[in-house]
Design a protein around this ligand. Structure first.
Ligand code: AMP
Length: 445
């Protein structure tokens, strides 16, 4: 085909609001995941993954029709049989569905679960707000005690500390009481806003009937002013919830965890009761919360299970990483190569392939230039890949059963016998620097 006849294809881009996680960012992802896994295991949590999509009702019933998530942020579609499915916008609903479906109430309680998963929300894309984002989270299902809430907060706090971001965050804490007392408070709020509707932003006008609590944390100026003067939640809460909250605070004090009491914090999801908390960026406040959670004692029953209390926390991985990078935190890179293998000719290549395998087995991160370029081209490549040592095998080396090891920084070379290449490189790299991760022994029953 002549050039001019060739069709010019347009290159693709990612859909709006989603992004690739490129290798540099993956190093952070891996680090965060390891910290989460370590801290979770240490406290007896076990990992769960629920499906990427569930029946839409799972989210509608749990998160609530009036929430932002259900009313405007879900990716909902019909399958070929016309069933309505939704990509999971958050983690707790699926875990609660699984707890009930898999009879986890038969396990010793509380059941401690953690997840690290992608989630999907049709949010307006902006800094820290994407349409696919990763969250990790913890759920403690089956028992109610302020000491458990304190432990979940402590776990989140430990993870923030491990990730180096604890000092830039503030812990916001509130109680929203039992569902009955909250009903009374919501009625009081609706009464308070009668005659003031015109000053509210469009979203709040809509929420007034369905979800008046959300008017308290609206960011619009006029809404904020009205919220300041609104009746205070604590005047409507039941004594049990208030006592519960005092006890929680005494445990946090005991653990040395500082918090700011925030009577306007309500969280966007319907299923919370009593404790709610969020970790805010000290500079940006609520705009860029990195994580939040609370107690959700009514959820399991609402989802069709026995009445079962629970408490949980979820954090956004992208926002955590953005904060880590903003304050110039670096994470250990495990991706750098130890050895680059260059060769000349087919016979040399035959020697290279088993050598590379043996280097891998010895714990040396090795890649080979297995193309047809000259030795000089391959050496330039070796430089670009940044390996500290290159092994060179040419026609002479094949004939003599040797290989050249080149120190790329010093530019010095030594010739060693083929049998000694692995041994010598291990010596040069140092036993402590090898990549000898083992997934563990397989057991056969
Ligand atoms: P939420 O349960 O909605 O408070 O979400 C918990 C955490 O997930 C938030 O604090 C954010 O860190 C993160 N998150 C929520 N929505 C998004 C989004 N659209 N893009 C990125 N991160 C998000």
């Amino acid at each position: 085909m002549a050039d001019e006849e060739k069709q010019k294809y347009e290159a693709f881009q990612t859909p709006k609001g989603v992004h690739d996680i490129l290798p540099v960012v993956h190093e952070f992802h891996t680090f965060v995941k390891k910290v989460v896994r370590h801290r979770a295991r240490q406290s007896g949590y076990r990992r769960i993954s629920t499906p990427i999509f569930e029946y839409t009702e799972v989210f509608k019933r749990s998160i609530g029709d009036s929430s932002d998530i259900v009313s405007k942020e879900m990716y909902t579609f019909k399958d070929r049989k016309g069933r309505s499915l939704t990509l999971k916008p958050e983690g707790t609903a699926g875990v609660a569905r699984s707890y009930i479906e898999k009879g986890m109430n038969q396990l010793p309680q509380p059941v401690l679960l953690y997840y690290f998963e992608p989630h999907f929300r049709y949010d307006r894309p902006q800094k820290g707000r994407y349409r696919q984002f990763w969250q990790f989270g913890f759920e403690v299902i089956g028992e109610s005690d302020p000491a458990l809430d304190a432990q979940v907060i402590q776990l989140a706090d430990r993870i923030n500390e491990d990730l180096g971001i604890k000092d830039i965050l503030s812990l916001q804490l509130n109680t929203i009481g039992s569902s009955e007392s909250r009903q009374k408070y919501m009625q009081a709020l609706q009464d308070y806003y009668v005659g003031k509707e015109r000053s509210l932003c469009e979203s709040c006008k809509g929420r007034l009937d369905t979800n008046p609590l959300r008017l308290l944390d609206c960011k619009a100026e006029d809404c904020k002013i009205l919220a300041e003067l609104a009746p205070a939640m604590k005047d409507y809460l039941d004594k049990e919830s208030l006592d519960y909250h005092e006890e929680l605070k005494s445990y946090l004090d005991e653990l040395g965890i500082t918090y700011e009491e925030n009577p306007k914090l309500v969280r966007g999801l319907d299923y919370y009761s009593k404790t709610v908390f969020e970790f805010w960026d000290k500079e940006e406040g609520a705009q860029n919360a990195i994580g939040g959670g609370g107690r959700y004692d009514g959820l399991i029953e609402l989802m069709g299970g026995q009445p079962t209390p629970a408490v949980g926390y979820a954090a956004g991985v992208e926002r955590i990483i953005a904060n880590m990078r903003r304050i110039k935190i670096r994470v250990p890179s495990k991706d750098s190569l130890h050895v680059f293998v260059a060769q000349l000719g087919k016979e040399a290549k035959k020697k290279c392939l088993p050598l590379i395998k043996n280097l891998h087995d010895a714990g040396l991160k090795t890649m080979g230039a297995l193309g047809k370029g000259s030795i000089n081209v391959q050496l330039r490549l070796a430089h670009k890949f940044g390996a500290p040592y290159t092994v060179l095998i040419g026609i002479t080396e094949v004939r003599e059963g040797t290989a050249i090891i080149r120190d790329m920084e010093k530019g010095q070379q030594e010739t060693v016998s083929m049998e000694n290449v692995v041994y010598r490189l291990v010596e040069l790299i140092g036993k402590d620097n090898l990549d000898r991760y083992s997934p563990g022994e397989l057991l056969y029953s």
